[in-house]
Design a protein around this ligand. Sequence first.
Ligand code: ADP
Length: 556
Amino acid sequence: MNSVAYNLSENIGYCADYVSELSALLLYTHIGVAVTALLLSFFVLIRNRHSGIAWLLFCISLTFSGWAALNLAIWFGYDNSHLLMGAWSIIEIFSVLLFILSLCFVVTYIEKKPLSWWQILLIFVPILPVALFANTDSYLAGYDAQECVAIENELYIQYVRIIKIAYAIGIFGYLLLRTVQTSYASLRTEIAILAFGSISFIYSFMIAGFISEYTENFTYEIYGLFGMAVFIGTLSYLIVAFSAFNIKLVAAQALVTALALIVAAQAFFYSSGSELFIKMVTTVLVATFGFFLVRSVKREIKEKERNENLAKDLAKANKRLRELDKLKTEFVSIASHQLRSPLTAIRGYASMIVDGDYGTVPEKIIEPLRRIDESSHFMASSIDDFLNVSRIESGSMKYEMTMISLKEEASKVVDELRAEAVKKGLVLMYRSTTETDTHVNADVGKLHQVLHNLIDNAMKYTPNGQITVVAHDNPALKKAYISVVDTGIGMNPETAGSIFDKFVRAKNANTVNVFGTGLGLYIARQMIEAMGGTITPSSEGEGKGSTFKIELPLAD
Ligand code: ADP
């Protein structure tokens, strides 16, 4: 009797020594990791109360903390068999549950939808025997005072081992399958990170447990818990890198709080007054910096959210503007078509009256009729301009490109307009200095329209003097040019930069010509650019004439 008592106290003394050697490591791994996990999942949960994945993460952390608390009870309860046996009898439920929840978490995270009822049933059924036999003699036969451990039923332990392996293989296999199936690089990275975290957690937890059972050295089991720290770390990274902004705040808050708690916990282990002082100062510093860090993250998030909202508003306004622009183009096109037909009638009848088709016209009617003809001519050409602009803007302008000689077409347009120039008392000349026959690819109708417009402008803005149309080329650069040079009102450099914009007319334009829409040059540039060329204006200043140069690539 005496010797048994002696041995018992000796054994317990041995267990006490073993535990006290490891106590700091035990507390750190169990409490530190569990608190960090709980904090992170708690912060995630309060911001995502309706997300299943946030609840799952929280359940994992709770289960892990429960397991850690029971395990600590087993470690420190070596001299209290009631506590030890109580904790021991239910700890396997927690460890198996951890595997089950990890599988649920991984699947829900990747599938982005909750599990179905039958899936949940299938995953949870294997834990039933573990739970049913937990608190019975068929699992724990008694307490082994020699080793300060419980005597376990081999069959029960074997079953637990097998289902843990099955879950671990399930998690690994599922992650592997999903990684291979995914063709999106960013999703694959996400899955790989999740795989790294969850596998290091589950496997280190499982393997460390097996090794410690096999070698009967339970120190290994403690190191297995670092897997949970890796799991939490990778989850935090996933949250920050792939999720919404406010989650960034969650991670920052959780990590800062955990860090502060861990540093504060250090303050309890001190050997001298100065060490205590240093540890307390460190705690205060960490807490202060942490506070500012969280505050700056909060500010950054607010700023980003504001910018995001602004960008959304801007996109909305942009869409509305585009719709309005389309409506306007359609309106202009319809209105122009409606105006065109009556105008043709007005012009036709006016010229027939002038020509005497309705009998002799009194002399004093001729002038007003000419005015009607002139104004309706201007109106018709303005309508043409509007129609062209609306076609250009709606993208419905069609180009029929053929090979033509630029200089020949220019000379034809000059011939067409010569009589009009003479009528205005201007000299209109054509000159060619080309080395090639200036073959270019262009839509001949549109090219005529542009040349017409430039020469017409030259005549409009040249009160007296001459207009020279020069055809020239540069075979080395493979370019052909037409320059329309006049001796008219010219323009200052600022004006030259803007006259190709819609509805822009220079200030000096009205002094010589009141008719004008400010659309001719806009249309001309759009057309020439669509044919692969450019138009550039130049002038030495107001009153010093202008030059408009068309440049087109020579055809091969
Ligand atoms: P519009 O002639 O109908 O006003 P354009 O688009 O053809 O419209 O020309 C835009 C403006 O460019 C004109 O109002 C005028 O101020 C200027 N401009 C065009 N051609 C000449 C030119 N040959 N000399 C001086 N100014 C010109």
